[in-house]
Design a protein around this ligand. Structure first.
Ligand SMILES: [Zn+2]
Length: 149
């Protein structure tokens, strides 16, 4: 029998990883709700283990929604519960795959925030009007003349 070359061994590993990715990781990821995906991402971002405080800091949502997402992730073997109240990634969906998929989700979240009408603090025009010795109170970039009130 011929010895298995290192190159062949490496390509076999790569192939097994690809099979796992397409037969387990991706189908499982797509069964997760967005909240579950975000909780999983949060645990991954905290190095693979996180407590409720760390998760809540990264994922906005009602405490009950976060708890439900965590429970479902444990049911789906994506997270395991530890005795100290933290949860850990199981590796069922690998950290690398989570980062990659969550990164794309994050890109959509950022895009949605960029598209949404700005709700930033009102910025005044603030132009000085020497005649009335006052500053313009209209919004920056307003049409028409300045106004003091
Ligand atoms: Zn003005």
């Amino acid at each position: 029998m011929q010895p298995v070359s290192q190159m062949h061994a490496q390509s076999a590993v790569a192939e097994a990883e690809a099979v796992y990715r397409y037969s387990v990781e991706l189908p499982t990821w797509h069964t997760l709700s967005e909240m579950e995906q975000r909780v999983l991402q949060a645990v991954s971002a905290d190095g693979g283990t996180a407590d409720p405080y760390q998760i809540a800091k990264r994922v906005q949502g009602a405490p009950s929604s976060l708890k439900t997402a965590e429970d479902r992730l444990i049911d789906k073997a994506c997270l395991s519960a530890n005795d100290d109240g933290t949860v850990s990634l199981t590796g069922f969906i690998g950290a690398g795959t989570i980062r990659e998929l969550a990164g794309r989700l994050g890109a959509y979240i950022e895009a949605a925030e960029a598209i949404r009408p700005r709700t930033v603090a009102f910025q005044k025009c603030n132009a000085y009007m020497p005649r009335v010795q006052a500053y313009c109170v209209l919004g920056r970039g307003h049409a028409g003349g300045h106004r003091s009130k």
